[in-house]
Design a protein around this ligand. Structure first.
Ligand SMILES: NC(=O)c1ccc[n+]([C@@H]2O[C@H](COP(=O)([O-])OP(=O)(O)OC[C@H]3O[C@@H](n4cnc5c(N)ncnc54)[C@H](O)[C@@H]3O)[C@@H](O)[C@H]2O)c1
Length: 360
């Protein structure tokens, strides 16, 4: 059954600068397991979007969503969301289903938001980008961290040059779980770091090398722990620790520059702290006897951040891109680039951690 009637939305509608009411984007959400309900909540609550319909193959998930949104149509068949009553779909299903669902939605003329990673491979992802371009539709990927106000602040700080030249970055994304049945920890978590670091540095990964291990799910050989090294254009080194087997949830990025250092902890109350710290080695210390390094232990500054839920910013951006025919910050091509980095890192993982250049 196609959706053709959308219940009256009681939210206040945003106005354009000339006072006209802006078009409400009616979004259907496909996949309501762990993450989909968060997308549904934002599209339901945001002025300018409405939750047009919800699809999941599991009756228990649909029942729960029906309790939350009794006025919204729920269905086990995603094709019911491809009729006239829906402008856009948001896909939050397992990764191996992204390509087929997104392709079907684009071919039906829907704008598409796909959770990360965009697809299981770069050729599939590139096909989605081409279809979206041919049909003049918005294709956006859920690289949530590029919509995080703290990441926006870190990018501003780095690109302002106040940290001096950037030496290296270290990112930890660890927790106990959630193990995925179809992808390893790198494909699950590294899309966040790759998109976030590329955005902060305004540079693309040049080469990668990855090592990892499978401890508990040896039946499927899906790594639960991966150490991924990325060399960015211009020689900036980044190290990522990605783990589903860690006692403490950590979402922490350290950036070391020649003038200043910075710690961004997404879980902390004060998310971004700038350290006026550094080391200078004196030019005349040419021999070991003369060697002298001086350490600067200056002020620690908490960087003020106006916090908004990143997912809300992301959903708002999706609607804005559709309405104003803008390219999303995390567009399909960014999704392709992230997958190319992952594919190259996967080859490295299978070849003893050899360094490989990413071919875009
Ligand atoms: N952006 C983020 O921070 C973030 C966080 C978590 C997960 N995710 C992404 O969200 C996606 C889903 O992850 P999850 O943890 O919610 O998985 P999940 O397994 O908890 O939920 C997936 C749901 O999709 C449903 N589904 C599968 N095929 C379907 C189909 N054809 N039609 C309708 N429903 C279908 C399943 O029944 C299930 O309820 C993944 O791509 C994941 O990477 C993103």
């Amino acid at each position: 059954m196609e959706i053709s009637l959308i219940p009256q939305d009681l939210k206040s509608h945003p106005m354009s600068p000339n006072g006209d009411e802006v078009q409400t984007i009616r979004v259907g959400v496909i996949g309501c397991g762990y993450w989909g309900p968060k997308l549904a909540r934002n599209f339901h609550d945001l002025p300018g979007t409405s939750l047009g319909a919800i699809s999941d193959m599991r009756p228990d998930r649909l029942n729960e969503m029906k309790q939350l949104y009794p006025e919204t149509h729920t269905t086990h068949n995603h094709r019911d969301l491809l009729g006239d009553g829906i402008d856009a779909v948001a896909i939050a299903t397992p990764v191996h289903t992204h390509y087929a669902l997104a392709k079907e939605a684009l071919l039906a003329g829907k704008h598409v938001f796909v959770e990360k990673p965009l697809a299981s491979g770069s050729s599939q992802a590139m096909e989605l980008v081409e279809i979206a371009a041919q049909k003049n539709l918005t294709l956006m990927v859920g690289h949530t961290f590029v919509y995080n106000p703290a990441v926006e602040a870190v990018r501003e700080i780095v690109l302002s040059g106040q940290m001096g030249s950037i030496y290296y970055l270290n990112s930890t994304r660890a927790n106990l779980g959630l193990l995925q049945p179809d992808i390893n920890v790198m494909w699950d978590l590294a899309p966040h770091d790759i998109s976030m670091l590329s955005y902060i540095l305004n540079r693309q990964p040049y080469s990668v090398s990855a090592r990892g291990a499978t401890y508990v799910n040896q039946y499927r050989n899906l790594h639960e722990v991966v150490y991924l090294s990325i060399l960015f254009d211009g020689g900036i080194m980044a190290n990522l620790r990605l783990s589903w087997l860690d006692p403490v949830k950590q979402r922490c990025l350290t950036i070391v520059g020649s003038q200043k250092m910075l710690v961004y902890d997404d879980i902390a109350e004060n998310k971004v702290i700038i350290f006026d710290k550094g080391v200078d080695v004196h030019p005349y210390s040419v021999t070991e006897e003369q060697f002298r390094a001086s350490y600067r232990h200056g002020e620690e500054t908490i960087y003020p951040i106006t916090w908004r839920e990143p997912l809300l910013v992301e959903c708002e951006h999706f609607a804005d891109c559709i309405r104003n025919q803008k390219q999303p910050r995390s567009n399909g091509q960014q999704g392709v680039n992230v997958i190319k980095v992952l594919e190259t890192a996967q080859r490295s993982l299978q070849n003893g951690g050899v360094e490989l250049i990413v071919e875009y």
